[in-house]
Design a protein around this ligand. Structure first.
Ligand SMILES: *[C@@H]1O[C@H](CO)[C@@H](O)[C@H](O)[C@H]1NC(C)=O
Ligand SMILES: *[C@@H]1O[C@H](CO)[C@@H](O)[C@H](O)[C@H]1NC(C)=O
Ligand SMILES: *[C@@H]1O[C@H](CO)[C@@H](O)[C@H](O)[C@H]1NC(C)=O
Length: 116
């Protein structure tokens, strides 16, 4: 390989790394949730072809994907229609290649929210 192709390899690997990112957003945007709440989790990604999926660790699940039963998946998003205390845990987005987003800790209290 000559110097030009080495440089090209370097630049393209940099480009690959910087575009292969996602950030997790949660709505409502707080880490304290209430039992019964509707929560929407979304991977804001630069490259949807990377196959970003929501995963979580809770006391019951390890690295479990949204479509494996804890939420309603839609592409790189996931909704939980009724939060329960055992949905407490750490949530993140992971691409097919294993790249990860920021992590968000969510805690669900057992009390139903009585105000809105
Ligand atoms: C999820 O749990 C696995 C197994 O305990 C651990 O290896 C991994 O680091 C955890 N992920 C996060 C984001 O905490
Ligand atoms: C998840 O919730 C968001 C916000 O309410 C909505 O726009 C989206 O269509 C929902 N997706 C699914 C798969 O239900
Ligand atoms: C999230 O939870 C993990 C495990 O319980 C903890 O180690 C970490 O400090 C928490 N992070 C934040 C930002 O609260």
């Amino acid at each position: 390989m000559d110097q030009t192709s080495l440089l090209w390899l370097f630049v393209s690997s940099l480009l690959f790394c910087t575009t292969n990112q996602a950030s997790l957003t949660v709505s409502p945007s707080r880490s304290q949730m209430f039992k019964g709440e509707f929560v929407s989790l979304s991977c804001e990604e630069d490259d949807s072809s990377a196959g970003w999926k929501l995963r979580r660790n809770t006391t019951r699940d390890t690295r479990k994907e949204c479509e494996d039963g804890w939420g309603i998946p839609a592409g790189s998003s996931c909704n939980i229609s009724y939060m329960l205390p055992w949905d407490s845990g750490v949530y993140w987005c992971e691409s097919r290649e294993g790249a990860t987003s920021n992590r968000i800790n969510i805690t669900v209290t057992g009390k139903i929210r009585l105000w809105s």
